[in-house]
Design a protein around this ligand. Structure first.
Ligand code: G3P
Length: 223
């Protein structure tokens, strides 16, 4: 499963990129607004920080012509960019056109299997199934992800299922279990993936025993 960071904060991207595990970054208008910086410069800085990664950047137009115009502009900034387009009729129509033009799209704000079907048929490279926002209102967001993965495999669609709106490491585990292609997550969640109390306790014991035995790796020359 590919691991993406869901952020508009270049400092978070820098840190996660250091770990060498990052396959891409997803942004959205709210995350870019939160960054307090200009859209194009932020996206391009993120591209530079993850040079092999797929970087999603979202349009804000909601009409066909407007989406196409913005998508062509955004895609022109860097070949790493995947243009994010919401799952609305005019957006799906634009995704179809962009797909035929060879421009990769990430169809976002997908919450149901029928919506995912439309995104896949339109040729979206990524289908962003939101899970956290469904869970936030008492639903089971991962259910639509599992169904979407099954649909992609059953009908050999080319889209990749991207689990989005991730709230905690359990969503990452569930994304793995249902066979999602990609999981995008906030920096906080990615950081949490490292944590286990038995790792902390185990490392402490190793180091305590080592130090108590007075052992060295770089042994001083015997005189
Ligand atoms: O960026 C798309 C998605 O991951 C955002 O989800 O619910 O955290 O705003 P959310």
């Amino acid at each position: 499963m590919k691991v993406f960071l869901d952020t508009g904060d270049v400092k978070e991207v820098e840190k996660a990129a250091e770990w060498g595990l990052l396959d891409g970054v997803t942004t959205n208008p709210s995350l870019i607004a939160k960054s307090g910086r200009r859209f194009r410069e932020t996206v391009l800085e993120i591209c530079g920080l993850v040079p092999e990664g797929a970087i999603s950047a979202e349009v804000v137009a909601t009409d066909y012509e407007g989406v196409l115009k913005e998508a062509h502009e955004i895609a022109s900034w860097n070949p790493q960019i995947v243009v994010k387009v919401p799952l609305i009729p005019e957006g799906v129509r634009a995704i179809r056109t962009l797909s035929q033009e060879g421009i990769r799209t990430n169809c976002t704000l997908v919450f149901s299997l029928p919506q995912a079907l439309l995104a896949a048929k339109a040729g979206a490279a990524f289908i962003s199934n939101f899970v956290g926002r469904v869970d936030d209102v008492g639903g089971d967001g991962m259910e639509a992800v599992a169904d979407t993965v099954d649909m992609i495999e059953q009908y050999s669609f080319n889209s990749e299922v991207l689990v989005a709106s991730v709230r905690h490491p359990k969503h990452v585990v569930e994304a793995l279990q249902v066979g999602a292609h990609i999981c995008t997550m906030p920096f906080k969640v990615m950081n949490q993936l490292f944590n286990h109390p038995l790792t902390d306790a185990g490392l402490k014991r190793f180091l305590d025993d080592w130090n108590e035995a007075g052992l060295e790796i770089f042994e001083k020359a015997r005189v």
